[in-house]
Design a protein around this ligand. Structure first.
Ligand code: HEC
Ligand code: HEC
Ligand code: HEC
Length: 294
């Protein structure tokens, strides 16, 4: 298996870098210094730049802080600003204004306070406040917003695949069967074995992310593939989570998965039906890891 580490497309960067331009009043000159240097990860005027990777914060929290707070709460903080908010440890400290709660709890309170908001220029988008609230609600788990992907790094991607929680392949008998090698690139191997049936579409559906090869996935999901001629092929995942097709298919194809009335579609089209070749445990060729239930 190719190991592509954590290189990803997209990542979690929130598109709000320019909101900082609105900060002229309270923090004028600093805001201007930063207007040029804020390239998505955030800067902190005149002081050490905020680095999401070494901050110890989860990515989504680091994004909120980097793009909305460190312009004043940098290291050192701007004039008249009581504290620096560039590290995980800073958020764990007792809040200066109320030492019975943490700085993180105080930060959330202030972000949610329409009369005394943080940032002082006005309340953030509710989705950003929610990301911060979820982190506080979860008890401030430390994060690692770094890795090979830099600012695009994903939240909490484990360094190794997660072990099977349910059944594992192979069972004691029945080695080559429709249940074989869940999670592994089926067609890549079948193409190398003259005795293996020719598969044109094949893959595995999982209920959880980052699961290792040969762990059973989820049965009963509908996989719908539309080929270049507009032909639609519907498959249902078997008890190993596997699905496959043996008849002809014209590429490129699109795909969507339906389960319990919900659906999720792949946005792009692809030129191979070997779904698991991209949907490895941590994702190859920019895929977001396993094909998960919607
Ligand atoms: C324009 C500058 C500026 C920005 C941007 C800013 N702050 Fe502040 N912050 C201040 C100032 C000045 C104070 C002190 C006065 C006050 O409490 O209102 C403060 C106080 C605070 C306090 C109170 C600490 C205490 O216990 O006394 C917290 C917590 C805080 N900010 C968090 C944040 C967070 C989180 C963000 C980003 C979402 C943020 N701030 C953005 C200027 C800023
Ligand atoms: C490491 C190689 C390898 C991988 C990976 C693999 N297969 Fe196979 N598969 C084989 C071989 C070899 C056979 C033929 C065995 C025989 O009949 O002698 C086979 C047979 C099959 C058969 C026919 C079984 C039967 O009862 O006749 C199906 C269906 C099948 N594979 C589906 C899959 C699916 C779906 C995947 C991916 C989730 C997959 N395979 C992954 C090697 C592989
Ligand atoms: C060449 C690599 C590649 C292959 C092959 C591939 N995918 Fe994908 N898949 C991706 C990438 C990249 C994304 C994320 C971007 C997108 O949605 O287009 C994705 C996204 C998805 C999503 C949406 C996931 C989400 O969280 O939004 C589903 C569902 C999916 N793929 C199913 C399939 C199925 C089913 C197959 C096999 C028929 C397949 N994929 C084959 C690369 C691939």
């Amino acid at each position: 298996m190719t190991h592509l580490g954590m290189a990803r497309a997209g990542g979690k960067t929130l598109g709000i870098a320019l909101a900082i331009a609105a900060l002229s009043g309270a923090c004028g000159s600093i805001a201007q210094d930063n207007a040029n240097s804020n390239g998505g990860g955030g800067g902190s005027g005149g002081s050490a730049p905020f680095d999401p990777a070494s901050s110890g914060l989860p990515c989504d929290v680091a994004d909120v802080v980097g793009q909305n707070c460190v312009i004043c709460h940098g290291n050192p903080p701007a004039k008249g600003v009581p504290l620096s908010l560039t590290t995980y440890e800073a958020f764990k400290q007792p809040a200066p204004a109320d030492p019975t709660i943490t700085v993180a709890e105080m930060a959330l309170k202030r972000m949610q306070d329409p009369k005394l908001p943080m940032p002082p220029t006005g309340m953030l988008d509710p989705s950003l406040i929610q990301a911060f609230a979820d982190w506080v609600g979860a008890g401030l788990p430390a994060g690692d917003c770094g890795g090979a992907g830099g600012a695009g790094g994903q939240l909490n991607v484990p360094t190794d695949p997660l072990p099977c929680t349910g059944q594992q392949w192979p069972p004691t008998s029945n080695h080559e069967s429709p249940l074989m090698h869940p999670g592994v690139a089926c067609i890549d191997c079948h193409d190398k074995h003259f005795n293996a049936p020719v598969l044109t579409i094949a893959g595995t559906i999982y209920g959880d992310a980052y699961i290792d090869n040969d762990c059973y996935g989820t049965a009963g999901a509908q996989i719908e593939v539309t080929d270049a001629n507009g032909a639609v092929y519907t498959m249902t995942s078997n008890p190993a989570g596997n699905f496959y097709r043996q008849g002809p298919v014209y590429f490129p194809i699109s795909a969507k998965v339906t389960f319990n009335g919900k659906e999720i579609a792949m946005k792009q089209t692809v030129t191979t039906g070997d779904c698991n070749s991209c949907h490895t445990w941590n994702g190859a060729q920019n895929a977001p890891g396993r094909i998960l239930l919607p």
